[in-house]
Design a protein around this ligand. Structure first.
Ligand code: TXA
Ligand code: MG
Length: 355
Protein backbone atom coordinates (compact mmCIF):
# COMPACT_ATOMS: atom_id res chain seq x y z
CA UNK A 1 0.00 0.00 0.00
CA UNK A 2 1.45 3.34 -0.91
CA UNK A 3 0.77 6.56 0.91
CA UNK A 4 -0.55 9.46 -1.19
CA UNK A 5 -0.77 13.08 -0.21
CA UNK A 6 -4.05 14.93 -0.43
CA UNK A 7 -3.64 18.49 0.72
CA UNK A 8 -1.49 18.20 3.79
CA UNK A 9 -3.03 14.95 5.00
CA UNK A 10 -2.08 11.40 4.04
CA UNK A 11 -4.47 8.67 2.99
CA UNK A 12 -3.74 5.09 2.03
CA UNK A 13 -4.33 4.07 -1.58
CA UNK A 14 -6.49 0.93 -1.48
CA UNK A 15 -8.96 -1.10 -3.46
CA UNK A 16 -12.54 0.04 -2.80
CA UNK A 17 -15.18 -2.72 -2.69
CA UNK A 18 -18.66 -2.06 -4.08
CA UNK A 19 -21.09 -3.72 -1.64
CA UNK A 20 -24.78 -4.35 -2.34
CA UNK A 21 -27.84 -3.83 -0.16
CA UNK A 22 -27.98 -7.48 0.98
CA UNK A 23 -27.81 -9.03 4.46
CA UNK A 24 -24.41 -10.53 3.61
CA UNK A 25 -22.89 -7.28 2.36
CA UNK A 26 -24.37 -5.27 5.24
CA UNK A 27 -22.69 -7.74 7.63
CA UNK A 28 -19.44 -7.26 5.69
CA UNK A 29 -19.75 -3.46 6.02
CA UNK A 30 -20.29 -3.93 9.76
CA UNK A 31 -17.11 -6.03 10.02
CA UNK A 32 -15.02 -3.46 8.15
CA UNK A 33 -16.36 -0.66 10.37
CA UNK A 34 -15.74 -2.63 13.58
CA UNK A 35 -12.20 -3.27 12.40
CA UNK A 36 -11.51 0.47 12.10
CA UNK A 37 -12.12 0.79 8.33
CA UNK A 38 -14.10 3.31 6.28
CA UNK A 39 -17.36 2.49 4.46
CA UNK A 40 -19.49 4.97 2.51
CA UNK A 41 -23.13 4.34 3.35
CA UNK A 42 -26.50 5.45 1.97
CA UNK A 43 -28.84 7.57 4.12
CA UNK A 44 -32.15 9.31 3.35
CA UNK A 45 -30.26 12.62 2.87
CA UNK A 46 -26.90 11.99 1.14
CA UNK A 47 -24.23 9.26 1.23
CA UNK A 48 -22.08 9.40 4.37
CA UNK A 49 -18.44 8.35 4.84
CA UNK A 50 -18.64 6.25 8.00
CA UNK A 51 -16.19 5.10 10.68
CA UNK A 52 -16.57 3.85 14.27
CA UNK A 53 -17.38 7.09 16.12
CA UNK A 54 -15.76 5.83 19.32
CA UNK A 55 -12.39 5.09 17.68
CA UNK A 56 -10.39 8.30 17.19
CA UNK A 57 -7.86 6.73 14.82
CA UNK A 58 -10.60 5.32 12.57
CA UNK A 59 -12.29 8.75 12.52
CA UNK A 60 -8.99 10.45 11.62
CA UNK A 61 -8.92 8.44 8.39
CA UNK A 62 -12.17 10.14 7.29
CA UNK A 63 -10.44 13.53 7.28
CA UNK A 64 -7.57 12.14 5.21
CA UNK A 65 -9.86 10.40 2.68
CA UNK A 66 -11.99 13.52 2.13
CA UNK A 67 -9.22 16.10 2.40
CA UNK A 68 -11.42 17.66 5.09
CA UNK A 69 -10.15 20.56 7.23
CA UNK A 70 -9.34 19.23 10.72
CA UNK A 71 -11.47 21.88 12.44
CA UNK A 72 -14.75 20.67 10.90
CA UNK A 73 -16.58 18.30 13.31
CA UNK A 74 -18.57 15.19 12.30
CA UNK A 75 -22.12 13.96 12.90
CA UNK A 76 -22.56 10.76 14.95
CA UNK A 77 -25.28 8.41 13.63
CA UNK A 78 -27.32 6.11 15.88
CA UNK A 79 -29.81 3.33 15.15
CA UNK A 80 -31.92 3.57 18.30
CA UNK A 81 -33.00 6.51 20.39
CA UNK A 82 -31.41 5.18 23.62
CA UNK A 83 -27.91 5.22 22.09
CA UNK A 84 -28.06 9.01 22.34
CA UNK A 85 -27.78 8.95 26.16
CA UNK A 86 -24.15 7.88 26.28
CA UNK A 87 -23.00 10.39 23.63
CA UNK A 88 -24.15 13.63 25.30
CA UNK A 89 -23.88 15.02 28.83
CA UNK A 90 -27.65 15.36 29.19
CA UNK A 91 -30.75 15.51 27.05
CA UNK A 92 -32.76 18.66 27.82
CA UNK A 93 -36.58 18.52 27.43
CA UNK A 94 -36.52 20.59 24.21
CA UNK A 95 -34.15 18.11 22.60
CA UNK A 96 -36.34 15.21 23.68
CA UNK A 97 -39.40 16.90 22.18
CA UNK A 98 -37.61 17.42 18.86
CA UNK A 99 -36.45 13.83 18.84
CA UNK A 100 -39.99 12.58 19.46
CA UNK A 101 -41.30 14.74 16.62
CA UNK A 102 -38.67 14.23 13.91
CA UNK A 103 -36.50 11.19 14.71
CA UNK A 104 -35.75 8.99 12.96
CA UNK A 105 -35.26 11.47 10.11
CA UNK A 106 -33.18 14.19 8.47
CA UNK A 107 -32.51 16.19 11.64
CA UNK A 108 -29.19 16.57 13.49
CA UNK A 109 -29.06 17.92 17.04
CA UNK A 110 -26.01 19.42 18.76
CA UNK A 111 -25.54 19.13 22.53
CA UNK A 112 -22.59 19.20 24.98
CA UNK A 113 -20.66 15.96 24.43
CA UNK A 114 -19.89 13.13 26.84
CA UNK A 115 -16.37 11.87 27.53
CA UNK A 116 -16.64 8.93 25.16
CA UNK A 117 -16.62 11.21 22.10
CA UNK A 118 -13.08 11.36 20.71
CA UNK A 119 -11.64 14.80 19.89
CA UNK A 120 -11.38 13.75 16.25
CA UNK A 121 -15.21 13.67 16.05
CA UNK A 122 -15.87 17.01 17.73
CA UNK A 123 -12.80 18.72 16.21
CA UNK A 124 -11.90 20.26 19.54
CA UNK A 125 -15.41 21.62 20.35
CA UNK A 126 -17.15 20.59 23.59
CA UNK A 127 -20.32 19.62 21.71
CA UNK A 128 -21.35 16.71 19.50
CA UNK A 129 -23.83 16.48 16.63
CA UNK A 130 -26.12 13.40 16.66
CA UNK A 131 -28.49 12.08 14.01
CA UNK A 132 -30.90 9.11 13.99
CA UNK A 133 -31.47 8.39 10.28
CA UNK A 134 -34.76 7.05 8.97
CA UNK A 135 -33.39 4.91 6.13
CA UNK A 136 -33.63 1.27 7.18
CA UNK A 137 -30.44 0.26 5.40
CA UNK A 138 -28.48 2.91 7.31
CA UNK A 139 -29.79 1.63 10.61
CA UNK A 140 -29.01 -1.96 9.67
CA UNK A 141 -25.40 -0.98 8.90
CA UNK A 142 -25.09 0.79 12.27
CA UNK A 143 -26.50 -2.33 13.96
CA UNK A 144 -24.10 -4.55 12.03
CA UNK A 145 -21.17 -2.38 13.14
CA UNK A 146 -22.43 -2.48 16.74
CA UNK A 147 -21.20 1.07 17.37
CA UNK A 148 -22.40 4.58 16.54
CA UNK A 149 -20.97 5.82 13.24
CA UNK A 150 -19.31 9.17 12.62
CA UNK A 151 -20.11 10.21 9.05
CA UNK A 152 -19.73 13.41 7.07
CA UNK A 153 -21.09 13.54 3.53
CA UNK A 154 -19.04 11.16 1.34
CA UNK A 155 -17.75 13.75 -1.17
CA UNK A 156 -14.23 15.07 -1.55
CA UNK A 157 -14.11 18.20 0.58
CA UNK A 158 -15.65 21.13 -1.34
CA UNK A 159 -17.53 19.02 -3.93
CA UNK A 160 -21.30 18.46 -4.06
CA UNK A 161 -22.44 15.72 -1.65
CA UNK A 162 -23.04 12.37 -3.39
CA UNK A 163 -26.63 11.16 -3.66
CA UNK A 164 -25.97 7.78 -5.30
CA UNK A 165 -23.29 5.07 -5.16
CA UNK A 166 -21.77 6.09 -8.50
CA UNK A 167 -21.11 9.66 -7.38
CA UNK A 168 -19.69 8.31 -4.12
CA UNK A 169 -17.34 5.97 -6.03
CA UNK A 170 -16.29 8.82 -8.34
CA UNK A 171 -14.99 10.73 -5.31
CA UNK A 172 -13.86 7.93 -2.98
CA UNK A 173 -12.48 5.15 -5.23
CA UNK A 174 -9.03 4.17 -3.97
CA UNK A 175 -9.39 6.11 -0.72
CA UNK A 176 -11.73 3.96 1.41
CA UNK A 177 -12.50 0.28 2.04
CA UNK A 178 -16.00 0.07 0.57
CA UNK A 179 -19.11 1.81 -0.76
CA UNK A 180 -22.48 0.21 0.00
CA UNK A 181 -24.99 0.83 -2.79
CA UNK A 182 -28.39 1.63 -1.32
CA UNK A 183 -29.80 3.36 -4.40
CA UNK A 184 -30.63 7.05 -4.75
CA UNK A 185 -31.05 9.16 -1.62
CA UNK A 186 -34.57 10.30 -0.99
CA UNK A 187 -34.03 13.95 0.06
CA UNK A 188 -30.74 14.66 -1.73
CA UNK A 189 -29.57 17.48 0.58
CA UNK A 190 -27.99 17.03 3.99
CA UNK A 191 -29.90 17.01 7.28
CA UNK A 192 -31.17 20.06 9.13
CA UNK A 193 -28.62 20.96 11.84
CA UNK A 194 -29.88 22.66 15.00
CA UNK A 195 -27.88 23.40 18.12
CA UNK A 196 -29.47 23.06 21.55
CA UNK A 197 -26.22 23.99 23.26
CA UNK A 198 -27.18 27.68 23.07
CA UNK A 199 -29.75 29.38 25.29
CA UNK A 200 -32.18 29.70 22.40
CA UNK A 201 -32.04 26.83 19.88
CA UNK A 202 -30.37 27.92 16.67
CA UNK A 203 -30.62 26.62 13.11
CA UNK A 204 -27.10 26.15 11.71
CA UNK A 205 -27.94 24.39 8.45
CA UNK A 206 -31.37 24.15 6.78
CA UNK A 207 -32.60 20.77 5.54
CA UNK A 208 -35.75 18.76 4.98
CA UNK A 209 -37.03 19.49 8.51
CA UNK A 210 -38.00 23.15 8.02
CA UNK A 211 -37.70 26.14 10.40
CA UNK A 212 -41.52 26.20 10.63
CA UNK A 213 -41.53 22.56 11.76
CA UNK A 214 -38.81 23.23 14.33
CA UNK A 215 -40.69 26.27 15.68
CA UNK A 216 -43.86 24.20 16.06
CA UNK A 217 -42.03 22.10 18.65
CA UNK A 218 -39.52 24.56 20.09
CA UNK A 219 -41.40 27.85 20.05
CA UNK A 220 -38.28 29.95 19.73
CA UNK A 221 -35.65 29.32 17.07
CA UNK A 222 -32.87 31.60 15.89
CA UNK A 223 -31.55 31.32 12.35
CA UNK A 224 -27.78 31.59 12.15
CA UNK A 225 -26.46 34.38 9.89
CA UNK A 226 -24.53 31.80 7.85
CA UNK A 227 -27.76 30.10 6.69
CA UNK A 228 -28.80 32.62 4.04
CA UNK A 229 -25.73 34.78 3.69
CA UNK A 230 -21.98 34.87 3.81
CA UNK A 231 -20.24 35.23 7.16
CA UNK A 232 -18.40 38.52 7.49
CA UNK A 233 -14.62 38.29 7.70
CA UNK A 234 -13.48 37.65 11.25
CA UNK A 235 -16.84 36.25 12.50
CA UNK A 236 -16.45 32.78 14.03
CA UNK A 237 -18.72 30.18 12.38
CA UNK A 238 -21.09 28.41 14.82
CA UNK A 239 -20.99 25.47 12.43
CA UNK A 240 -17.46 25.25 11.03
CA UNK A 241 -18.68 23.58 7.81
CA UNK A 242 -20.64 26.69 6.85
CA UNK A 243 -17.56 28.85 6.42
CA UNK A 244 -16.11 26.81 3.57
CA UNK A 245 -16.90 27.20 -0.11
CA UNK A 246 -18.90 24.11 -0.67
CA UNK A 247 -20.97 21.97 -2.98
CA UNK A 248 -19.10 23.49 -5.88
CA UNK A 249 -18.74 22.13 -9.33
CA UNK A 250 -15.77 23.38 -11.37
CA UNK A 251 -17.99 25.81 -13.29
CA UNK A 252 -18.53 29.35 -12.06
CA UNK A 253 -22.17 29.65 -11.01
CA UNK A 254 -24.29 32.81 -10.80
CA UNK A 255 -27.76 32.71 -9.25
CA UNK A 256 -30.22 34.88 -11.16
CA UNK A 257 -33.20 36.21 -9.20
CA UNK A 258 -36.27 37.11 -11.27
CA UNK A 259 -39.11 35.63 -13.32
CA UNK A 260 -38.62 33.13 -16.15
CA UNK A 261 -39.26 35.88 -18.71
CA UNK A 262 -36.62 38.12 -17.14
CA UNK A 263 -34.22 35.18 -17.02
CA UNK A 264 -34.77 34.43 -20.73
CA UNK A 265 -34.14 38.07 -21.72
CA UNK A 266 -31.01 38.18 -19.56
CA UNK A 267 -29.76 34.92 -21.10
CA UNK A 268 -30.22 36.34 -24.60
CA UNK A 269 -27.89 39.20 -23.65
CA UNK A 270 -25.45 36.95 -21.82
CA UNK A 271 -25.18 34.38 -24.60
CA UNK A 272 -24.10 37.13 -27.02
CA UNK A 273 -21.69 38.80 -24.62
CA UNK A 274 -19.95 35.74 -23.11
CA UNK A 275 -16.74 34.55 -24.68
CA UNK A 276 -16.89 31.07 -23.21
CA UNK A 277 -18.79 28.53 -25.29
CA UNK A 278 -19.49 26.31 -22.36
CA UNK A 279 -22.26 28.39 -20.81
CA UNK A 280 -25.19 26.55 -19.29
CA UNK A 281 -28.48 27.41 -17.66
CA UNK A 282 -29.46 25.50 -14.52
CA UNK A 283 -33.23 25.77 -14.71
CA UNK A 284 -36.50 24.14 -13.70
CA UNK A 285 -38.17 21.27 -15.55
CA UNK A 286 -39.96 22.30 -18.74
CA UNK A 287 -38.17 25.64 -19.14
CA UNK A 288 -35.51 24.35 -21.57
CA UNK A 289 -37.48 25.23 -24.70
CA UNK A 290 -37.55 28.93 -23.87
CA UNK A 291 -33.95 29.37 -22.75
CA UNK A 292 -31.41 30.09 -25.49
CA UNK A 293 -28.61 28.05 -23.84
CA UNK A 294 -27.76 24.42 -23.09
CA UNK A 295 -29.82 23.54 -20.00
CA UNK A 296 -29.52 21.21 -17.03
CA UNK A 297 -32.68 21.00 -14.94
CA UNK A 298 -33.08 20.55 -11.20
CA UNK A 299 -36.75 19.85 -10.48
CA UNK A 300 -40.07 21.64 -10.75
CA UNK A 301 -40.27 25.38 -10.07
CA UNK A 302 -42.45 25.35 -6.99
CA UNK A 303 -41.51 21.93 -5.68
CA UNK A 304 -38.60 22.15 -3.26
CA UNK A 305 -38.55 18.39 -2.66
CA UNK A 306 -37.86 17.60 -6.34
CA UNK A 307 -35.25 20.37 -6.35
CA UNK A 308 -33.47 19.03 -3.26
CA UNK A 309 -33.59 15.52 -4.70
CA UNK A 310 -31.94 16.64 -7.95
CA UNK A 311 -29.69 19.62 -7.13
CA UNK A 312 -26.41 17.83 -6.40
CA UNK A 313 -26.85 15.45 -9.33
CA UNK A 314 -27.41 18.48 -11.58
CA UNK A 315 -24.23 20.15 -10.25
CA UNK A 316 -22.22 17.00 -10.98
CA UNK A 317 -23.77 16.73 -14.44
CA UNK A 318 -22.62 20.28 -15.22
CA UNK A 319 -19.07 19.15 -14.46
CA UNK A 320 -19.44 16.02 -16.55
CA UNK A 321 -20.59 18.17 -19.47
CA UNK A 322 -17.62 20.51 -19.08
CA UNK A 323 -19.64 23.63 -18.15
CA UNK A 324 -17.48 26.69 -17.51
CA UNK A 325 -20.17 29.23 -16.64
CA UNK A 326 -23.61 28.50 -15.27
CA UNK A 327 -26.58 30.82 -14.74
CA UNK A 328 -29.04 29.33 -12.27
CA UNK A 329 -32.74 30.00 -11.78
CA UNK A 330 -33.27 31.00 -8.16
CA UNK A 331 -35.39 28.68 -5.99
CA UNK A 332 -37.95 29.96 -3.51
CA UNK A 333 -36.61 30.03 0.05
CA UNK A 334 -39.86 28.81 1.65
CA UNK A 335 -39.94 25.55 3.61
CA UNK A 336 -37.46 22.99 2.23
CA UNK A 337 -36.57 25.65 -0.38
CA UNK A 338 -34.36 27.31 2.24
CA UNK A 339 -32.09 24.24 2.15
CA UNK A 340 -31.99 24.24 -1.66
CA UNK A 341 -31.13 27.96 -1.77
CA UNK A 342 -28.51 27.57 0.99
CA UNK A 343 -26.66 24.85 -1.00
CA UNK A 344 -26.95 26.64 -4.34
CA UNK A 345 -25.68 29.87 -2.76
CA UNK A 346 -22.54 28.08 -1.58
CA UNK A 347 -22.10 26.34 -4.91
CA UNK A 348 -22.23 29.81 -6.46
CA UNK A 349 -19.69 31.22 -4.00
CA UNK A 350 -22.45 33.73 -3.01
CA UNK A 351 -22.67 35.21 -6.51
CA UNK A 352 -26.26 36.46 -7.02
CA UNK A 353 -27.70 38.82 -9.64
CA UNK A 354 -31.15 40.32 -9.00
CA UNK A 355 -33.01 41.37 -12.19
O1 TXA B 1 -27.45 14.51 6.20
C1 TXA B 1 -26.38 14.63 6.79
O2 TXA B 1 -26.27 15.34 7.80
C2 TXA B 1 -25.18 13.88 6.21
C3 TXA B 1 -25.46 12.39 6.35
C4 TXA B 1 -24.28 11.54 5.98
O3 TXA B 1 -25.90 12.11 7.65
N1 TXA B 1 -23.97 14.27 6.90
C5 TXA B 1 -23.40 15.49 6.72
O4 TXA B 1 -22.23 15.68 7.42
O5 TXA B 1 -23.86 16.35 6.00
P1 TXA B 1 -21.20 16.87 7.09
O6 TXA B 1 -20.02 16.58 7.93
O7 TXA B 1 -20.99 16.95 5.64
O8 TXA B 1 -21.90 18.14 7.65
C6 TXA B 1 -22.03 18.31 9.04
C7 TXA B 1 -22.21 19.76 9.38
C8 TXA B 1 -20.95 20.56 9.12
O9 TXA B 1 -21.32 21.83 8.63
C9 TXA B 1 -20.33 20.66 10.51
O10 TXA B 1 -19.52 21.80 10.65
C10 TXA B 1 -21.55 20.69 11.40
O11 TXA B 1 -22.49 19.84 10.78
N2 TXA B 1 -21.27 20.18 12.75
C11 TXA B 1 -20.97 18.90 13.11
N3 TXA B 1 -20.74 18.83 14.43
C12 TXA B 1 -20.91 20.07 14.93
C13 TXA B 1 -20.79 20.68 16.22
N4 TXA B 1 -20.46 19.95 17.28
N5 TXA B 1 -21.02 22.01 16.33
C14 TXA B 1 -21.35 22.76 15.25
N6 TXA B 1 -21.47 22.26 13.99
C15 TXA B 1 -21.25 20.94 13.83
MG1 MG C 1 -20.55 17.80 3.84
Amino acid sequence: MNILLYGAIKYKQMETLLLQNTERDIARAGEILRGGGLVAIPTETVYGLAANALDGSAVAKIFAAKGRPQDNPLIVHISEMNQWNSLVREIPPKAMKLARAYWPGPLTMILPKSDIIPDEVSAGLDTVAVRFPSMRTTRKIIDAAGVPLAAPSANLSGSPSPTCARHTMDDMRGRIDAVLDGGECNFGVESTVVTLATEIPRLLRPGAVTPEELREVLGELEIDDAVLGRLKDGVKAASPGMKYKHYSPKAEITIVKGTLDEFVTYMEIVSKAEESEKIYALCFDGEEEQIPLECVTYGRENDALTQSHRLFTALRELDERGAEKVYARCPSTNGVGMAVYNRLLRAAGFSVVAL
